[in-house]
Design a protein around this ligand. Structure first.
Ligand code: SF4
Length: 122
């Protein structure tokens, strides 16, 4: 199998070609540094993304609070992650960086607020 991956680790954006049948026999070309090798292998075999979304909040002048994971989570968990947020309703006050879920979907990764919100009359 052959896959071309654009490395997003740094602004160089190297186009890395990966030829493989398994992770162990993968042959990579086009990378400039070792970080690109790790990125391309992850993209082919264990793709991950930082999850960003919003959760309901009460007591503020807006109804949704933006959140994100503190590190990328497996890409195949993104739908489950969105569904998990339906079960969460927060109350003000919330500070940017507050941990909303400590071990999000058992990944060991935190879900945090990315905005501070006070009460409507604060
Ligand atoms: S392979 Fe290295 S130099 Fe190229 S984009 Fe990735 S991190 Fe940057």
């Amino acid at each position: 199998m052959k896959k071309t991956v654009t490395c997003t680790v740094c602004p160089n954006g190297c186009e890395i070609e990966v030829n493989y049948t398994t992770k162990e026999d993968a042959v990579l070309t086009g990378y400039t540094c070792k970080r690109g090798i790790n990125y391309a292998l992850d993209e082919c075999f264990e793709p991950k993304r930082t999850f960003t979304a919003s959760v309901r909040i009460t007591g503020a002048d807006r109804r949704m609070l933006p959140v994100r994971t503190t590190a990328p989570i497996p890409k195949d968990l993104l739908l489950k992650a969105a569904e998990a947020l339906n079960e969460i309703t927060l109350e003000v006050p919330v500070k940017c960086g507050d941990v909303i879920v400590d071990n999000f979907l058992d990944t060991g990764i935190k879900l945090i607020a990315t905005m501070s919100l006070e009460g409507e009359d604060a």
